[in-house]
Design a protein around this ligand. Sequence first.
Ligand SMILES: NC(=O)c1ccc[n+]([C@@H]2O[C@H](COP(=O)([O-])OP(=O)(O)OC[C@H]3O[C@@H](n4cnc5c(N)ncnc54)[C@H](O)[C@@H]3O)[C@@H](O)[C@H]2O)c1
Length: 671
Amino acid sequence: MSIAEFKRLVAEGIPDVLPDAGRYDTGLNHAPKRKDILTEAEKKLALKNALRYFPEKFHKVLAEEFAEELHRYGRIYMYRFRPSYEIKARHIDDFPYRSRHAAAIMLMISNNLDHAVAQHPDELITYGGNGAVFQNWAQYRLTMKYLSEMTDEQTLVMYSGHPLGLFPSDKRSPRVVVTNGMVIPNYSSKDHWERFNALGVSQYGQMTAGSYMYIGPQGIVHGTTITIMNAGRKISNGSEGMKGRLYVSSGLGGMSGAQPKAAGIAGVISVIAEVNPKATHTRHSQGWVDEVYSDMDSLVKRIREARSSGTVTSIAWQGNIVDLWERLADENIFVDLGSDQTSLHNPWAGGYYPAGLSFEESNKMMSEDPDKFREAVKKSLVRQVAAINRHTARGTYFFDYGNAFLLEASRAGADIMNTEGGFRYPSYVQDIMGPVCFDYGFGPFRWVCCSNNPSDLAITDEIAAETITGLMKSAPEEIRQQMADNVHWIREAAKNKLVVGSQARILYADAEGRMAIAGAFNKAIREGRITAPVVIGRDHHDVSGTDSPFRETSNIYDGSSFTADMAVQNVIGDSFRGATWVSLHNGGGVGWGEVINGGFGMVLDGTDETDNKLKMMLYWDVNNGIARRSWARNDGALFTVKREMERNPALKVTVPNIADDNIIEDALRNI
Ligand SMILES: NC(=O)c1ccc[n+]([C@@H]2O[C@H](COP(=O)([O-])OP(=O)(O)OC[C@H]3O[C@@H](n4cnc5c(N)ncnc54)[C@H](O)[C@@H]3O)[C@@H](O)[C@H]2O)c1
């Protein structure tokens, strides 16, 4: 297809002539059938809502087709309107546009829906089982049309995938403002999501799915590598090293699939259970997991061999994680590190497959007999925790990996609570990410080269590595290890061939590092060393972007972990400090109703104006969370905020006075 034809089709919006019905592509990974939750009256409403996107002349045909989709899949995806061109990241100038910044956003949306990147591309799901970019293909088409025609004096407003429209604004305003899943707090249960999503009025945007900032599995490989390395430091007393240690977990899906690759980079043996053969095949064929076993006896033999020879290898167990934990306990195989990455933020609709049922049986039961399925999930979690407890009693370090495992296991009645009423096991944020990274401002900064050219990416890698190495010279001891880990990462990144989809890179940096790297990119664009704009952004899983009591803010201990002021303030602050787009989500990672998170994207275009914007926005985007974390009395954040106030007199943060516990205890005793 010529570029001109591609441009025409992208700008077309809803076509004048009905496209062919197309076929259900059985070669693709599809979302499971969703729960049949709507009443008859609500089903009528869902159809009426769907038909709003189309002229009356199409209604008869489409009403029947959409009724069938709703019946068959539990949602109306409007498959017929999937575009005929391949959706993927391209050179920014291949997209039709009047605003070049809007074209960068088209590139990012396209990447999130690329078949090589997205988990269920035809259902517009990027990752996590339900992390949607749009609810249906009409929304995709209309959004691309709006983006292609908008100017730098308009802002596109997105309500959960629905493009509300273009509104007049000015050059300094964000070009797009996204909200996903924002509902009245009392209406935020999982069934509310099922209902609202089936009605076509709300969606679960996960984090970087609905905010157009997903960069394929690379982001999570990096995060998982950092986590496993720091978890290893916890158990290895600094000097013993990680070689030959064993990591056991589950999931070879969108994010979880990063575990074997990251474990390899961190130098540990990994065994990851996966029930879905398609997911296993994808990761194996990509070379992200070295070996696959579907016979438990052979698996056990192989683990013993790898352990005794100290061979670093990554192994997929084609089966249920519960069976794996139980068998390893029976065999007395010592597991050093353990976790879980099934999609327990979505336990009843395909996120977790219970032991004792085949993959197919589960898929059938979850839509045909949801109550029975729910019971099977709970029983399985009870078994899983019992097996994990046998391992931890022998010394395994087990941590929750931000998938709501502890939460759902406790709700299922598993033996997961300690004597003080808390969980037996830490969340990885409580023990690792929070105190080591977030409290010092280190988080998942990322960028995408809009030329879509690997040679631009190589230049950005070089600039980023030089910048951090330069900053390290005067960095305090407290943050040197983080910086060194990330310099090592970026130097190895190209070699590890992590790019899937857009030409993207990630590393963890603090406010100073992010500003310095972005500033250096902007300069290189201005000088023509980088040939096209670069988009910067981050995962929402960061210092300030996310209020999530069971994950990102699980190391906040002043009672404020169930508030969401930080995440909401963050998005508002980013939007008037220069972000090109911002997004605010209910749900993401641990589940709908359990978290509020936000993100941004900023187009670096080489201009002086962008130099100012990037400094102002990135400074706020990190230091908001540092200030909040320091107010919660977190040591690392107190250190960071004091250092920052010394460096920048314009920053004045309210810092806590620390009360003596004895005074408080006496006061209460004396009442
Ligand atoms: N730790 C982090 O930084 C982080 C980041 C993002 C997401 N997450 C969370 O991790 C979870 C996984 O994310 P994802 O994108 O990989 O989701 P995903 O749905 O793509 O993958 C999960 C995989 O687990 C498999 N699975 C489910 N039950 C199983 C069982 N009992 N035994 C073996 N395999 C089973 C599924 O088949 C699926 O392939 C989500 O809850 C997500 O929110 C964590």
